[in-house]
Design a protein around this ligand. Structure first.
Ligand code: NAP
Length: 246
């Protein structure tokens, strides 16, 4: 198959691209910094040429600032271009519990899913939990001053490479017109994740509990970002992933 990965240079997207190539597919990496297919989802630049002859598209793009422009409006642009190119399957990568979390970025993810579900191309949604990579980055940045703010929240982090495998499995198959949930091996409090990070990496940082007031705090403490019975469960724990020096 010929498969395009929007956001194929990102944390998840590069693993999806690698995995699908290993399986023998022809993979096109689409992003603003891609050497092969320079595409900007904010404007639609480069999309038409990038999608010629593609059987499936994985959307692994992401943006923290002005996220809706890339994830929602970008999805509309991407889907319209896919339709014009005759693409038969659009795979949207989303986040476990995004519809339970009262926060701007998660609302954008829900809006992105809606656009995909109502769009002109047969679709699948793969929701994943937070990546080990994200949590490790936050700890590394947050721990620079040897104090690490730790909210009382529960996460079920997964190695991006394992989430990517699940995304690649879906991309190879027929459109689900539905969703699967992919989650890490175990739900863990952020404090415990921070302790693990400290002991495996040898970094020193004082863990400082920070209150998370309001509905967002309550939902995160209650495990809204976790999935006890995912369709796919990763096997590599945060400790194992850190120890492997990823
Ligand atoms: N990170 C997590 O913990 C996590 C957990 C669950 C689900 N997810 C979901 O997984 C997906 C990928 O997340 P990620 O963390 O792997 O993202 P990421 O590392 O931030 O990568 C984002 C990708 O999007 C591309 N991109 C950004 N703006 C673009 C634009 N205007 N046009 C075209 N490409 C653009 C980037 O490349 P350029 O900068 O070169 O354009 C890059 O390849 C997202 O849907 C996210 O919601 C993430």
């Amino acid at each position: 198959m010929r498969i395009a990965i929007a956001g194929g240079t990102g944390t998840l997207g590069r693993y999806v691209a690698e995995d699908l190539r290993t399986r023998g597919h022809e993979v096109r990496v689409l992003s603003r910094s891609s050497r092969e297919y320079r595409v900007d989802l904010r404007t639609g630049e480069g999309l038409e040429a990038a999608l010629v002859g593609c059987d499936a598209v994985v959307d692994a793009s992401n943006a923290r600032k002005k996220a809706a422009e890339v994830l929602v409006e970008g999805s509309r642009r991407l889907l319209a271009a896919e339709r014009a190119a005759g693409v038969g399957h659009h795979v949207c990568v989303s986040i476990v519990g995004c519809d339970r979390m009262p926060m701007g970025y998660y609302r954008v993810k829900v809006a992105q899913e809606r656009v995909v579900e109502a769009g002109p191309v047969p679709w699948s949604v793969v929701r994943a939990t937070q990546f080990h990579e994200l949590v490790a980055t936050v700890f590394t940045l947050g721990g620079r001053w040897r104090t690490l703010p730790v909210p009382r929240a529960v996460l079920q982090t997964i190695a991006a490479v394992e989430a990517a495998r699940a995304v690649a499995d879906v991309a190879e198959g027929p459109a689900l017109r539905g969703r699967i949930d992919v989650a890490g091996p175990v739900a863990t409090g952020v404090r415990e994740l921070a302790r693990t990070w400290r002991s495996v990496t040898g970094r020193r940082a004082l863990l400082v509990p920070v209150p998370m007031p309001g509905r967002l705090g309550r939902t995160l403490r209650a495990g809204a970002a976790t999935e006890p019975s995912p369709d796919v469960r990763g096997t590599t724990s945060f400790a194992e992933w850190l120890a492997a020096g990823q």
